[in-house]
Design a protein around this ligand. Structure first.
Ligand code: FA5
Length: 354
């Protein structure tokens, strides 16, 4: 720029400001357009650079007055250019990465496969075996009458055996949460005439402290067989086959005398420990046996309660815990793992893939 006057300098600055108004930096559509603007204004022979250089031709007073104006315009422009540059770069990075994301040659995502819950698959396995042995499906409600859960099972009111099966009582209702699947025996016998062979799988509730092997809500499968001349040998043979089908042909059962008000005689049934084949280990507490179920011959008082003549009919019943079976089959050491819905636990059971 040739030597300039103050008027000329001010006119040039006004023109530059008008130009910047017409071509705002924020509107630069890409990095190249932004750089073009930068060179035109701030480049070596850019319009603002020229104005700054031309200040030397002005008087000291003019320099003092106009110099800061031009300088502050330059600072503003520098900042605006940097800001717009960052914006444009971020946008182009994003565009680049989303272009990369669309790689049509990548293999498709495998659809997530659902699994049957290990308790469901164990229950299905148990009822599958029993149905092959001639037991048919029976069900009852979770909220049961006191009669079916206790009285008709030969546990009258105030009988101390009620303590073995303490439960949750419902407010404003005579019903209680059933403590075992045994009330389904009563329901089945009251609605059909003998002979009868049923299995009753389902959820049960106990007012009980929870630990690694006890839950307050768990599952049982009940078995009931009523016919003429049913003996303890029938019960033993049935449970031997049931356990061998569940755990393998080498499995042995052991019947220990026990007490249930609704069976006489009664037994706790143990199976030979699957982890040590009966030789003794920490899981079976070095006994070689694991307790799995309760069983016995149906008490005559139970038959009388449903109007079956105990002189004619006899039968056996058993109740087995589904969680205990699942823990043994799957090597699960804490019953609570079944209810926590932790995918890391559930995903281990690939046999349950659907
Ligand atoms: C009963 O519930 C009887 N109704 C079983 C029965 C039926 C006996 C028919 C005779 C004739 P018991 O309370 O022992 O009995 O429970 C039976 C099985 O349920 C136990 O062997 C165990 O496998 C399981 N079980 C009992 N309590 C719990 C609990 N808190 N958590 C998980 N499983 C349990």
């Amino acid at each position: 720029m040739a030597a300039v006057t103050r008027a000329h300098w001010e006119k040039e600055l006004a023109q530059l400001e008008a130009f910047l108004k017409a071509h705002p930096l924020a509107a630069a559509s890409d990095l190249a357009a932004l750089d073009e603007l930068r060179v035109a204004v701030l480049g070596r022979s850019g319009s603002l650079t020229s104005l700054l250089k031309a200040l030397k031709d002005l008087s000291l007073d003019d320099k003092k007055e106009l110099g800061p104006k031009a300088q502050s315009l330059r600072v503003d422009l520098d900042a605006a250019i940097e800001a717009r540059k960052a914006e444009l770069e971020a946008a182009s990075d994003l565009a680049l990465s989303s272009e990369d994301a669309l790689d049509l040659t990548l293999p498709a995502y495998a659809p997530a496969r659902g699994r049957v819950h290990p308790l469901t698959s164990t229950l299905e396995e148990m009822t599958g075996i029993l149905s092959l042995m001639g037991f048919s499906w029976a069900e009852g409600p979770l909220a049961e009458s006191d009669d079916n859960n206790f009285t008709k099972l030969n546990i009258p009111e105030h009988h101390p055996a009620r303590g073995m099966f303490d439960t949750f009582y419902l407010e404003n209702s005579p019903l209680l949460m059933r403590t075992h699947t045994s009330p389904v025996q009563i329901r089945a016998m009251e609605t059909s005439r003998p002979p009868l062979r049923i299995m009753a799988p389902g959820r049960v509730f106990r007012h009980e402290a929870v630990d690694a092997t006890h839950s307050a809500v768990f599952h049982q499968v009940e078995g009931l067989y009523i016919d003429k001349n049913v003996t303890f040998a029938d019960l033993k043979g049935t449970l031997d086959v049931f356990m061998q089908k569940l755990f393998g042909a080498q499995t042995k059962t052991r019947f220990r005398p026990s007490y249930f008000p609704f069976t006489e005689p009664s037994a706790e049934v143990d199976v030979s420990c699957l982890f040590c084949a009966g030789s003794g280990c920490p899981i079976c507490k070095h006994s070689g046996w694991i307790e799995l179920l309760g069983a016995g011959l149906v008490h005559p008082n139970v038959l009388k309660a449903v109007d079956y003549d105990p002189q004619v009919w006899s039968g056996f019943a058993f109740g087995v815990g589904v969680e205990r079976i699942a823990m043994l089959r799957l090597g699960v050491k804490d019953i609570r793992a079944f209810y926590e819905n932790d995918m890391r636990f559930l995903e281990q059971f690939d046999e349950n893939l659907v």
